[in-house]
Design a protein around this ligand. Structure first.
Ligand SMILES: Nc1nc2c(ncn2[C@@H]2O[C@H](COP(=O)(O)OP(=O)(O)OP(=O)(O)O)[C@@H](O)[C@H]2O)c(=O)[nH]1
Ligand SMILES: [Mg+2]
Length: 454
């Protein structure tokens, strides 16, 4: 229903900005086995389930980013909480977003993935791990831990998606040159064809099969002089031929407006070069279209004379004249040309690299209200995973602060016992009270017991 009345151009969306939030891990459970005739049943709180991940997957069934741009907030579900009886929580379901082949994904401004082929998958935001239940904190020395972790928060990113259609051959030229007619003749694609300029408003992809060989061809809206300044439909669509192996430049023997065919060739060449040097480097084949028109032969002969090094073809998509010859030439050339690497994903754009290891340093400084603050991604996680309702969890947190060197760093920054400090957004009163780890406490007791013969 909604589709009615929407223009072709509105449906073709080639950029989208989406906000991703992967699922938080489920909280761990702290419980003890209580059963008749089973004294000291021990801890039996299960771990929380992992939060849902968010993926992007390339699919040939999708041609635009329209759907995804309409739902820019993507959130995966939380993992289930752990339960008593040592039951783990359920895993939060993953979300897979399907995007067209040729979608580039930037995470926080860094190019993280280029999904080229059907089925290529990219993990864009990882769900948090489930918090540990008290069962997993049980040791020889601490057999009744009253500690459980909260689930780890899921990763959050702003992702920018950009579609750059993947084709082997790009069709370029002035409006009305016959680009769409040619694509419709050589492939099953059915772009709109009409006798007025700017019929095509968005790129079209067609798969061409010729003598057992297959390649993809892309038809883009017509270019005019000054396209790089936004004239006509501008050069917005040129990025869709950026990754092709070669270009077919269609020349209308009737020219375009006041421009003669030969002049139109230089104008298009200039527009391509202004947009991206890669387009000027690409092999370009000149093809005079509409061979059935009386002036076509003359125009073809003039271009052959002018561009001696280039092959110049004469075809008619309407009658089929010369089309086979052109396709023969294309399939002989294509295997020898490598597609240019325009987009190279940065290694640190990957989601795993964006997720800093826990040992990463922290920043210490005064906050806007004069309180001493310590911040880092790892601290955020540590605080979020601490269950502040359990005294033993708070003691564990103290030991972690000591272990990662936060104690020393705060002392160095001038914090004295009794001061308020803010760690990852949460306020604490700083004390140097040393907490003996339970295993050390118990070890001592154990040694003592063995020495005294208990
Ligand atoms: N006589 C003749 N007319 C043709 C031939 N190929 C295309 N045409 C006509 O030329 C006109 C424009 O064709 P399109 O294929 O829409 O041209 P286009 O280059 O895609 O145009 P835009 O999408 O506006 O950039 C249509 O009226 C076609 O019927 C041909 O080989 N011979
Ligand atoms: Mg067209």
């Amino acid at each position: 229903m909604l589709k009615q009345g929407r223009s072709e151009r509105m449906d073709f969306i080639d950029t989208a900005k989406v906000y991703l939030r992967a699922g938080k891990g489920g909280d761990g459970c702290a419980s003890f086995r209580r059963e008749k005739f089973v004294p000291y049943g021990g801890p039996n709180g299960g771990n929380g389930g992992k939060g849902g991940d968010i993926y992007f997957e390339a699919s040939t069934n999708i041609t635009t980013l329209y759907e995804i741009s309409r739902h820019p907030h993507i959130r995966a579900e939380e993992g289930g909480p752990g339960q008593s009886n040592n039951m783990s929580g359920l895993k939060g379901p993953d979300i897979v977003n399907y995007v067209p082949c040729g979608t580039i994904i930037k995470l926080e401004g860094r190019l993280a993935a280029d999904l080229k082929n059907h089925g290529d998958r990219f993990l864009a935001a990882r769900g948090g791990r489930g918090g540990r239940g008290n069962m997993s904190f049980k040791t020889k020395f601490n057999t009744a831990p009253r500690i459980s972790e909260n689930g780890e928060p899921g990763q959050e990113f702003t992702a920018e998606l950009e579609l750059s259609v993947l084709a082997d051959v790009g069709l370029v030229g002035f409006p009305n040159a016959g680009k769409s007619t040619l694509l419709a003749t050589i492939s099953a694609a059915r772009p709109k064809v009409a006798a007025y300029p700017f019929t095509t408003l968005s790129p079209h992809l067609g798969i061409v099969s010729h003598k057992g060989k297959t390649f993809a061809a892309a038809d883009i809206p017509g270019l005019i002089e000054g396209a790089h300044e936004g004239k006509g439909l501008g050069d917005l669509f040129l990025k869709h031929v950026l990754r092709t192996k070669m270009l077919i430049h269609l020349v209308d023997p009737a020219g375009f407006g006041k421009l003669k065919p030969a002049e139109s060739v230089t104008v298009i060449a200039r527009e391509l070069k202004t947009y991206h040097p890669e387009l000027a480097r690409k092999q370009r084949i000149l093809v005079v279209s509409k061979a059935d028109l009386p002036e076509a032969k003359k125009v073809h002969a003039a271009l052959v004379k002018r561009y001696k090094k280039h092959p110049v073809f004469l075809i008619s998509a309407a009658t089929g004249f010369g089309v086979t010859g052109l396709l023969d030439y294309l399939i002989s050339l294509l295997p020898g040309i490598k597609a240019p690497e325009i987009y190279k994903p940065e290694p640190d754009g990957d989601v795993n690299a964006l997720h800093k290891p826990v040992k990463e340093g922290f920043k210490i400084g005064e906050g806007p209200d004069g309180l001493m603050e310590a911040n880092s991604e790892a601290l955020n996680t540590i605080i979020a995973m601490t269950n502040f309702s359990q005294p033993d969890s708070i003691n564990r947190l103290r030991r972690i602060f000591k272990l990662i060197g936060l104690d020393k760093a705060l002392k160095k920054a001038g914090v004295v016992p009794g001061d308020q400090v803010r760690i990852a957004g949460r306020e604490f009163e700083w004390s140097e009270h040393q907490v003996t780890p339970p295993h050390k406490r118990s070890k001592f007791a154990y040694k003592y017991q063995t020495k005294t013969g208990f």
